[in-house]
Design a protein around this ligand. Structure first.
Ligand code: GLA
Length: 388
């Protein structure tokens, strides 16, 4: 499928600009095995890049402005890379404007260019299409104009671009999109940005994504609010326990002992964060020893926390997880990514995927009148230049 994506993107470029592109970039989406909403809470996460991606084609030009075409949307934009970046009503352009803004902030000078891009990452499904857009675009400009930005800094600048657009996200999405490795999950320490790769071997189980096909229009404000609630919880924790500088050092006993000093909401968010950070360590150990049943159990627990305590689930996602919990062939399931819609990540006994899919899709359609989508994904390399 990606060969088709690459060929179509390059062909579109050639037709539009009557030149072969100088650089072709592949920028993947991501999954996350476990560690949700704790990247901005100094936690650990366990994501991986996938074979759904955005393909960009670039060339330098001497034109007075730069032209960028979103092939799938049939839209294009002309940007003056020397002007101050401002937010536009055309949402997709903001992620790119945000990247240009970061370059300007760092005093990195670029010339004008033509760029086209096309994607196989579903938008709004929790697979981080925006991180792939920011990081792939920056990766391409870095190559085209020899800016010497290091991969981790590409991720950090991508994250800053997302903040500029208005979502105060953590580093997980951009980091995994840039640093991903085929067949490996990345355990990222989101406080130090130290990372290690672990084999993505799920033994007798397949990783399947079910897309609820639901999207939350107020995602950004709800996300930013969660972050503020955690900051409040942490402030109360550190005031009581000065040795605790982040949720990773806190114990469940400590947070329980100061429950009466917090609102119920702040308590629930903080309690979830402390428990989720501990679950990631256990999950990574379970993965390493091939204990997929224990890993799956932790996924179910994460969902419970995301639904009841972090309150980022919705009826559709809860129904998917609750239904799958009753299936002996499913050892784990949870909502993935920011929540309020998007996908669940599921571990299903090999050979049983089709039966489970069919059963769930029918029930889902009957309950909500919505079509359930499924994606089988392969764990792939991070952002790269396509050279063939
Ligand atoms: C979004 C954000 C990430 C992370 C997840 C939740 O994908 O961009 O930084 O916080 O939500 O884990």
């Amino acid at each position: 499928m990606n060969t088709q994506l690459i060929q179509a993107t390059k062909a579109f470029f050639e037709k539009t600009f009557e030149n072969t592109p100088q650089k072709t970039v592949l920028s993947p989406g991501r999954i996350n095995i476990i560690g949700e909403h704790i990247d901005y809470n100094d936690g650990y996460v366990l994501p991986a890049a996938i074979d759904k991606m955005i393909c960009f084609a670039f060339e330098k030009t001497n034109a007075p402005t730069s032209t960028i075409v979103a092939i799938d949307l049939g839209e294009s934009v002309s940007i003056d890379v020397t002007a101050n970046s401002t937010l536009s009503d055309t949402i997709w352009t903001n992620y790119l404007r945000g990247v240009i803004h970061q370059l300007q902030n760092k005093g990195l000078v670029i010339g004008n260019f033509n760029c086209v891009f096309s994607s196989t990452i579903p938008v709004g499904s929790g697979l981080s299409s925006s991180a792939a857009l920011e990081c792939g675009f920056l990766f391409g400009l870095n190559e085209l104009f020899h800016l010497n930005i290091k991969p981790v800094d590409i991720a950090l600048m991508g994250q800053s671009a997302e903040h500029w657009v208005g979502i105060n996200c953590g580093i997980m999405d951009q980091f995994s999109s840039v640093m991903g490795k085929a067949n490996q999950v990345i355990k990222i320490d989101c406080r130090t940005l130290e990372y290690e790769y672990h084999n993505a071997d799920f033994s007798d189980y397949s990783l399947v994504l079910f897309d609820s096909n639901v999207k939350h229009s107020l995602f950004s404000s709800a996300y930013n609010q969660r972050r503020q609630e955690c900051e409040k919880g942490l402030a109360i924790l550190t005031a009581n326990f000065p040795e605790v500088t982040s949720f990773r050092e806190a114990t469940v006993e400590q947070i329980l002992s100061i429950k009466n000093q917090m609102t119920e909401t702040v308590f629930k968010r903080s309690h979830y964060a402390i428990k989720e950070i501990k679950r990631v360590a256990l999950a990574c150990e379970a993965l390493d020893r091939g204990d997929i049943v224990t890993l799956g159990q932790l996924l179910f627990e994460t969902h419970e926390g995301l639904s009841k305590e972090y309150e980022v689930s919705c009826a559709e996602l809860d129904m998917i997880v609750e239904t799958l919990k009753k299936e002996p062939a499913v050892v784990g399931s949870r909502l993935m990514g920011g929540g309020f819609g998007g996908c669940t990540i599921n571990l299903i006994k090999k050979g049983q995927e089709e039966v489970i899919k069919a059963k769930l899709a029918q029930l889902y359609q009957e309950t909500f009148g919505i079509e359930l989508k499924t994606y089988e994904v392969t764990i792939a390399n991070g952002t790269s230049i396509y050279t063939a």
